[in-house]
Design a protein around this ligand. Structure first.
Ligand SMILES: CC(C)(COP(=O)(O)OP(=O)(O)OC[C@H]1O[C@@H](n2cnc3c(N)ncnc32)[C@H](O)[C@@H]1OP(=O)(O)O)[C@@H](O)C(=O)NCCC(=O)NCCS
Length: 201
């Protein structure tokens, strides 16, 4: 069995006080991924209120273990990672564990912190009888790819993105005005249906 270096840092469950650092790391993670691939579907980076809500929910959620890594005797997190249990009775297997938001600040990398966080999350999954693990990572993230491959993760599903206009061009679709689009908006807590002309493409 591979040993995991434990000195110098503490791994513990995140608390509400860690939220500012979690948000900082999430923004850094997103920026990093954006520098690898620009055509990603991404959360709005500037929406700090939404991120606060997101981490607050994660910390309170019993099906999620949200961890932070801190240098010993420091209260400032320098790494994070979460494990979420998904229950899906209509699927096989009926429960899975997703590894999410793994990030270590650059100056604290290559000290086994990611491994230690993952080891903690595996214990959480084991306790909850979750065997089927899932992780999503950006294609071209060489370090992420090497980490997950080394830990026996095998890519099984590809998510591909495209600009609709490029696909239309490839299909040689004629460019013309399309029918007005019906869409739903929620205003002041009331749902209503509006009609607006779609732009000419
Ligand atoms: C990926 C990341 C979390 C690794 O954190 P870390 O604490 O430095 O990783 P560890 O020291 O625990 O190393 C674990 C394994 O990751 C891989 N790895 C880490 N850094 C690497 C690097 N620079 N080059 C290649 N592989 C690397 C190795 O397989 C390593 O195992 P090894 O030491 O036995 O070779 C960190 O680099 C990071 O935050 N990257 C940006 C965000 C990201 O890519 N997150 C994961 C994507 S889902």
């Amino acid at each position: 069995m591979e040993s995991i270096e434990t000195s110098g840092y503490e791994i513990r469950q995140a608390t509400l006080e860690d939220i500012p650092e979690l948000i900082r790391m999430q923004v850094a993670l997103q920026k990093d991924m954006d520098s690898i691939r620009e055509n990603l579907l991404r959360p709005g980076q500037t929406n700090v209120a939404a991120l606060r809500e997101y981490y607050s929910a994660r910390i309170r959620d019993e099906q999620t273990q949200m961890l932070v890594a801190l240098p010993t005797e420091s209260s400032r997190a320098v790494g994070m990672g979460a494990g979420k249990i998904w229950l899906h009775a209509d699927y096989l297997p009926p429960r899975s564990g997703e590894l999410i938001d793994l990030w270590i600040d650059p100056e604290h990398r290559r000290k086994n912190l990611a491994r230690r966080i993952i080891a903690h999350l595996l214990r959480f999954f084991r306790l909850n009888r979750v065997d089927f693990l899932v992780v999503s990572y950006v294609e071209g993230n060489g370090i992420g790819e090497s980490l997950w491959k080394r830990l026996q993760f095998e890519p099984v599903l590809v998510t591909a993105t495209a600009d609709r206009k490029d696909v239309e061009e490839r299909l040689r679709m004629p460019i013309r005005r399309v029918a007005p689009l019906a869409y739903h908006t929620t205003l002041a807590g009331r749902s209503r249906i509006s009609m607006t002309p779609a732009p000419v493409v």
